[in-house]
Design a protein. Sequence first.
Length: 171
Amino acid sequence: MTETRMHITQGQHAASGEANVVITTLLGSCVACCLWDPKARVGGMNHMLLTVRQDANLTDNLVGVNAMEVLINALIKSGAQRSSLRAKAFGGARMVDGLSDIGEANAQFTLDCLESEGITCDGHSFGGTNARNIRFWPATGRVLQRMSTDRLIEPKTIVQAPPEGNDLELF
């Protein structure tokens, strides 16, 4: 049987119950949550860029909550029972030194959300400084993770501002 690949990127999700389907994604500080119902043999994965948004003194987790609810609803429409869902989650790397640790916040949101939804998390792989390539077979719940060997950790200065009085315009 030929394998059918469904690749998702930031903000997307996919669900299937077909035995030949594999859902793939590439993660840095983003997180992916793989959910499946072992009884209905249906599953899906989302790819969350920012799970929590902070604006002044307000913290808003509706971005991540929406991503999780969209995936859960897609699975229920495909025959899954909410009470039977299981999870595995990945990502949340710290990809650039000197910036806030978005990956850690994404990882913590995912674990907190699964707990509040009453979904058992069978395993997770969060953190580090390397990207992850994820392959998920939604009908069985099988997941493979391949860590990148490239570290994308030190920001580089590309262009410096010209000295005052120079006619050079940067755009």
